[in-house]
Design a protein around this ligand. Structure first.
Ligand SMILES: [Zn+2]
Length: 298
């Protein structure tokens, strides 16, 4: 989504760095100025109301499209920076365009001398629109030779996944931007490899973890089986105990019945005993009476 910012400037070259700074995040503005100083900004096409540019950021090359329309500054960048209301790359493009436009105005008013501080895009004489074509004129053959010389071992290093050789000593400009772009690509490749290695290590860890979990699961299943067997054994024992308890209950009932019978028998015996006692007493009395009678009649 492009960002839309209300803007009072009528032309993009009237947008001063301090105005840009006033609406930007401090960190983003600081980085943008650094990108401009390090000549990492390339204006691909620009005029009073629009800028197409690319910036070599810290993690790759990003493209910007900035328009000034109906009192609004509309900016879009291919990066994913959350900076509001504009990312560092759009700010860098605006700063670079302002620097270039200021330089153009100065060189027009003074004698038309070529200045060493030409814009990154090098469209010296025609401020609008800027085009890529004239940039070739700025590149020194000696720098290209140095670059090509560096490029061969650099490609070999990339093929063999080794660190890049030290970059050639080249003045900041087009060719140094190529070197920066290659370094940035190589850095990204390395980062991707690191991420890949981390992901592979994570995958191995997770596989090992899954293996451990499977083993634990198998062990748990074995335990469950053993527990089921034990439970079945216990159930059988419980049913045996239940049968035994039932039999014990029946026996207790029988014993109680026998007890009752014994008690009744004991009562009967007691009753019979008292009857015998009475008979014995009667016998004693009869005997005593007989003895007394015998004494009376000798
Ligand atoms: Zn950006």
């Amino acid at each position: 989504m492009p960002n839309r910012i209300p803007c009072s400037a009528e032309r993009l070259d009237l947008l001063l760095p301090q105005m840009i700074q006033a609406i930007s995040e401090a960190g983003a503005f600081h980085l943008a100025r650094q990108y401009m100083t390090e000549k990492r900004v390339r204006i691909l096409e620009a005029n009073d109301s629009q800028i197409s540019s690319s910036v070599i950021g810290n993690a790759g090359l990003y493209e910007q499209q900035i328009n000034l329309k109906d009192g609004h500054l509309i900016s879009a960048c291919s990066c994913s920076q959350p900076e509001e209301p504009m990312c560092r790359h759009c700010i860098a493009a605006l700063l670079e365009y302002h620097r270039w436009a200021t330089h153009q105005a100065a060189s027009r008013s003074s004698a038309r001398k070529d200045s060493p501080s030409r814009p990154q895009t090098n469209h010296a004489r025609d401020p609008s629109p800027l085009t890529l074509q004239s940039s070739i004129a700025d590149i020194k053959l000696s720098e290209i030779l140095k670059f090509v010389e560096w490029l061969q071992p650099a490609m070999k290093a990339i093929e063999n996944e080794q660190p890049l050789p030290p970059p050639p000593v080249i003045d900041a400009g087009e060719v140094s931007a190529w070197v920066l772009a290659i370094k940035s690509l190589e850095d990204r490749r390395r980062e991707t490899e690191d991420v890949l290695a981390t992901l592979e290590a994570e995958l191995r860890d997770r596989k090992a973890y899954a293996g451990r979990l499977t083993q634990q699961l198998q062990a748990s299943m074995e335990e469950l089986k053993t527990a089921q067997t034990t439970t079945q054994g216990l159930e059988r024992e419980v049913s045996t105990y239940r049968d035994t308890l039932k039999k014990l209950g029946e026996l207790t009932n029988e014993v109680a019945q026998y007890d009752e019978q014994i008690r009744m028998a004991a009562r009967e015996i007691l009753e019979k005993g008292s009857h015998f006692d009475k008979v014995a007493t009667s016998f004693k009395e009869v005997t005593e009476a007989l003895q007394a009678a015998a004494k009376v009649t000798p």
